[in-house]
Design a protein around this ligand. Structure first.
Ligand code: BV8
Ligand code: ZN
Length: 252
């Protein structure tokens, strides 16, 4: 059950704030049916990150990596934004400077209507050249994209002859410099940071709340479980993002 007093307290903090931002992880998409990475039905439970989400894994077994991403795309295509995504999209109207950093690659914040979203780990629907020749396509459902040629293994190949891969950031890969720099700058200048549905384990994205805390912002964590951030957050609201975010919206 949501802690009403804590919600009211956070409502007051948010009401008095001018610059509010959020950072989200897989937990905000869990209620949309998109598996998280480390939860009981976590993606990684069945697969080890090292086996699938690294450039080495793709080099060694591109068919397995594409099979996993194609499975995830199918799951995400069936998913719909949930009340947590919807509430965050309305925060853009409540705070004109509101911006949202997400580690998620599922695109559900955009589908909920959020327009100021920084995808620090890329987007599962974009496919790009593994050689970075510049070729990139949108393969989201309904995108008017020409089908790409497949090799004899059924894997997409680039016009330059290289392989095509999901345009996401794998372990051991540098994040998009513009995205992470923007995320850190927002964390440096916000008054309140909402940290929603992330285990706060993966860096450099997990540094966003640390930067906000260091800059004197109020950090409100929303999570069904405790995380390494919990003890340092100003408030940690225990519960479902899809319930807590609308309750917070109502308390502002
Ligand atoms: C980098 C995109 C350097 C792909 C992801 C050794 C070797 C190499 C690197 C490292 C290493 N040791 C450390 C590192 C750094 C590494 C790292 O941090 N590793 C961790 C594991 C220790 N980081 C990197 O490799 C990064 N790159 O460091 O590059 C560099 C620099 C210059 C030049 C070259 C290299 C890249 C990291 C990005 C990896 N890509 N995803 C894809 O999605 O397929 S990571 C993936 O997992 C997510 O994007 C996310 O970032 C991360 C964590 O997942 P969460 O989103 O937090 O989800 P999780 O399941 O963990 O947690 C869900 C939470 O929600 C839980 O707390 C749960 O309780 C809660 N929850 C569940 N349901 C709900 C809920 N809460 C509320 N409501 C609910 N309903
Ligand atoms: Zn290419």
């Amino acid at each position: 059950m949501v802690d009403r007093d804590a919600i009211e307290r956070c409502g007051r903090l948010l009401r008095e704030a001018g610059r509010v931002m959020a950072t989200t992880g897989a937990g905000i998409s869990a209620e949309s049916g998109v598996p998280t990475f480390r939860g009981p039905d976590g993606l990684w439970r069945r697969y080890r990150p090292e086996d699938l989400a690294t450039p080495e894994a793709f080099g060694a077994n591109p068919a397995l990596v594409w099979e996993w991403y194609r499975w995830r795309r199918a799951r995400i295509a069936e998913a719909r934004p949930n009340p947590g995504h919807d509430a965050l999209s309305r925060f853009e109207r409540r705070w004109p400077a509101f911006e949202l950093v997400t580690q998620n690659v599922d695109g559900l914040h955009h589908r909920a209507g959020s327009t100021r979203v920084i995808e620090v780990h890329g987007n599962i629907w974009r496919t790009r050249c593994a050689r970075r020749c510049g070729f990139s396509i949108d393969e989201s459902p309904g995108a008017a994209t020409e089908p790409v040629p497949l090799d004899d293994r059924g894997l997409p190949v680039c016009q330059c002859g290289g392989m095509l891969r999901p345009d996401v950031t794998w372990f051991g890969e540098a994040l998009d410099a513009q995205a992470i720099t923007r995320a850190f700058a927002l964390a440096e200048s916000c008054e309140v940071l909402l940290v929603v549905g992330t285990s706060s384990l993966v860096y450099p994205a997990a540094a966003v709340p640390e930067i906000a805390l260091g800059a004197g912002a109020t950090v409100i964590e929303i999570n069904v479980d405790a995380t390494p951030l919990t003890s340092r957050a100003d408030v940690s609201l225990r519960g479902l993002a899809g319930e807590i975010l609308p309750a917070l919206e109502g308390a502002v």
